[in-house]
Design a protein around this ligand. Sequence first.
Ligand SMILES: C[S@@+](CC[C@H](N)C(=O)[O-])C[C@H]1O[C@@H](n2cnc3c(N)ncnc32)[C@H](O)[C@@H]1O
Length: 468
Amino acid sequence: MATQNAATTSDRTSAIDALHAATALYTSVPVVEALLDRMGWPDADGRLLDPSSGDGSFLVSALRRIATPAGDFDALARVQGWEMHPQAVEQARERIVDLLISRGWNEHEALRGAEAVAHEGDFLTDNPQGTFRFVAGNPPYLRWGHLPSVLKETWSPVLPSFARGDLLHAFLDRSVSIMPEDGVIGLVTSDRWLFNATTTGLRRTIGRKAGISHLARLDAATSFYRPKTRRKNSAPRVHPVEVVLRPLGEDMLELDGRPISPDGAFDEVHEGPVLADVATVKLAPWLGPKGIFLLGSDQAMTLPGADLLPAVDSDDIDPVTDILGAPTRFAIRTSRDAEPAGAVRDHLLSARERMPKRGRLGRWWMPPEAITLPLDRPAILVPRIGKRIRAVRLPAGVLPVNHNLYVVAGQAGRSLDEIESHLLSETTQAWVSRNAPRLEDGYLDIRAGLIRRIPIGCGAIGSGDRLS
Ligand SMILES: C[S@@+](CC[C@H](N)C(=O)[O-])C[C@H]1O[C@@H](n2cnc3c(N)ncnc32)[C@H](O)[C@@H]1O
C-alpha cells in the first residue's frame, strides 16, 4: 500500500510539473495593471482572488495598491492566490516577502503573511473559502486531451461536460459560479472560447449570470513572460484577450451562446440583414492530394472517359490583380450511385493507397468531400486566408477546391456584381479586419460563417437599398 501511495504521489508530482510546463505563461506587469484598473481594484470593498497565481504577478500588483501596515494580516488577506506548482508558489511568496519587508514587516511575519496570501492548491477542487468580489488572473489554457491522466481523473468528476474542453473553460465556469452579486472578474484568456462552436454551452452557462463589460485583444509578443526554467521551450501560440465579466446589467455584451468577436465587440451590434440574406456561401471541397481526384492537365488527358471539371486553388490567382489564370488542374467528378468503370476505375483504385486515412472513409470512387457546389452559374472565390477579403470571379463550371470559399447570388435578386462590390467595399474590409480571428503575420482566418455575417445595411448593397 505504501508503495502504491508513493507511486501515486510521484505520478501527481510529475503531472503537476507537466501541467505547469504546459501552462505557465506569466502576465507582464503593464497588462496586470491595466486589468486591475479596469476592474476597479481596490476602489470597492471585498477580497481579490487569483485562482492560478503562478509567480504572483497579479498578487503583488494587487497588494501594492492597498495599505498593508506591518503585522496587519487582515489587510493582507484581502488578496489571495491559488497555484498548484510548488516552485511557482515559492516564487510568488518570495516576491510578497520582498514587498512586505520594504513596507516595514519583519522577516518572520512577512513570511507568514506571504504564506497566508499565496496558497499551494488546486482551484478546481480546493474551493477557496469565503466570498471573492474580485477574481483576477490569467488561467491555464490546456486542452483536456493534453492533460496528464492523473489530473483528468481528479477533475472529471467535478467538472461539467461543457467546461471540460480546455482547462481555461473550467476556470471560466468556476470563476463565474463563485462570483457574488457585486462581483467582477478580470481575466487574460486565449480568444477561442469566445467564438468556437464547441464552447457554445460554456458561453450560454456563463451568460445566465454574467455579461462582458470589456473585451480587447492583447499583443501576444509583449503580454507574457515565461518562468526562467521554461525559457528554452518555445512559448505556446495564443491569441490573447483581456476580458472583464460582471453580473448581468446594462451596457454589456450578452453571452447567449452565439459567437463573439474580440474585435470591435463593443461598437457593432448588427441586427439587420447580412450577406447570407442575398448570397449563398459554401466551402470548396477538399478532394485529397493531387493525382487522385485532382489531376494536372497531362494526367487528365490520359482519362478521356472521365467527367472532368476545371479546378482552381488560390495559387491560380494573380496576387496583384486577383484575376484567375487559366485552370491547370482538373477534378474527376463521380456519382455516389454509379461505380466507375474502365480507365477511371483503374486510375482511382491504383491511386487510392496515396489517399490519407481521413480521406478514405466512404466509397472508393468518391472524394473525401463531395462536389456539391452549384456550378451552373458564375461565382466568386474568396481565399480562406488573407490580409483582406479578395473576391475572384469564377466562370460557371469551374470548381474551386481546398476549402476556398465559394459565393453565388441567392434568391433575393442581388446580382453577383453587387455582391462582389459589397465584399470589396471599404466598409466590408474594415468590418472583416475587426471581426476575423487573427492568424500569424497579419493574416486573417476568413471562414464561411464570417462571410455570411457581413452586414449589408451599408456599403455597396446599402441602406437605401435594403431587402424588402
Ligand atoms: C497562465 S499561468 C498564469 C500565472 C499568473 N496568474 C500570471 O498571470 O502571471 C497559469 C498557472 O496556473 C497554474 N495552474 C494550472 N492548473 C491549476 C489549478 N487547477 N489550480 C491552481 N493553479 C493551476 C499553472 O501551474 C500556472 O502556473
